[in-house]
Design a protein around this ligand. Structure first.
Ligand SMILES: [Zn+2]
Length: 313
């Protein structure tokens, strides 16, 4: 957070208004996470902290930080739906997309983006929310929380194989949610063009078919080529291009676009990539330029998805 603040304050926050985030309301959090799970996290933190799982360690302050991380994402949804701005960015740690309903995982306590999406549906009466997750890790928590929902379209681009090992292309959701979970695994070394073409040729057409009333981006920056945890090769240019594409489709659908910070473990790359995203959010929008047929990954994904999304055939 300090690295991001330093980078952005050096650029006068790129014209964005900064706001502090309230702690999430208990009822809003309980729409995703059971009360007993929330209490257990609180008790572990209050009693001095400890391990929630192998790589999820909490301290005394973690519970409060997690409440504000979820609260920031929820407040962003409200601000954007109230038309205070067309787009926003909620930058908090801990991240959220690995958190399951009743289990902390991978540094994540509460699933911030899922809590925000559920709030948009329940409290704000939306019928369709899209979540694009471009963190290098699969957003297994978000995947599972909305697995059987046809009101949340979850699209994840993630490196495979990599932690947490979930998110194969064949996981398409369940029950009424079949076709509304879209997993797009990519190999190590995947770069701007791999991520960008999946956004432009799969996520954007899906958005146009689904017509979300709100677009959330699980914006992790560990697919950056300098990140020590991921093995992908995305650059600031690539994050900016994906942002522009999602902003364009949001604008055509009159849907606000809100980013929720996930991973990113090279502090320099994280700070410069968040800045690139904010700049791209502020730029004039244009339809993504699509030349050629797209990569094998794109062709395979579109073939797979065409049974639910004929527009992708
Ligand atoms: Zn990650």
């Amino acid at each position: 957070m300090v690295a991001i603040e330093r980078e952005l304050s050096a650029h006068d926050w790129l014209g964005f208004e900064r706001m502090t985030s309230p702690a999430v309301e208990r009822a809003t959090l309980e729409a995703v996470h059971p009360g007993g799970y929330i209490n257990a996290i609180e008790e572990t933190c209050v009693s001095g902290g400890g391990h929630l799982d192998l790589d999820t360690v909490v301290s005394e302050d973690s519970f409060e930080a997690a409440l504000h991380a979820a609260g920031g994402a929820v407040q962003m949804v409200d601000l954007l739906l109230d038309r205070n701005a067309p787009y926003g960015f909620s930058a908090h740690r801990p991240p959220g997309h690995h958190a399951l309903r009743s289990r902390a995982m991978g540094f994540c306590l509460f699933n911030n983006v899922a809590v925000a999406a559920q709030h948009a549906l329940d409290a704000r009466g939306l019928e369709r929310v899209m979540i694009l997750d471009w963190d290098v890790h699969h957003g297994n928590g978000t995947n599972d929380i909305f697995h059987d929902s046809d009101r949340v379209l979850f699209v994840s681009i993630h490196q495979s194989p990599l932690y947490p090992g979930t998110g194969p292309a064949g996981d398409v959701g369940s029950g009424p949610g079949r076709g509304f979970t879209v997993n797009l695994p990519v190999g190590p070394g995947s770069d701007d063009s791999v991520f960008g073409s999946l956004v432009d040729r799969v996520a954007v057409p899906l958005a146009r078919a689904f017509e979300p009333q709100f677009v959330l981006i699980s914006a992790g920056y560990d697919a950056h080529r300098d990140d020590p945890l991921g093995e992908c090769a995305v650059t600031e240019t690539g994050f900016a291009a994906m942002t522009r594409s999602m902003r364009w489709v949001g604008e055509t659908l009159e849907a606000p676009v809100g980013c929720v910070l996930e991973g990113g473990y090279s502090l320099d790359a994280l700070a410069s990539s968040v800045a690139a995203t904010l700049i791209a959010l502020n730029e004039p929008v244009a339809a993504p330029a699509l030349d050629g047929d797209g990569s094998r990954l794109v062709v395979q994904a579109r073939e797979r998805l065409a049974q639910w999304w004929p527009a992708l055939a």
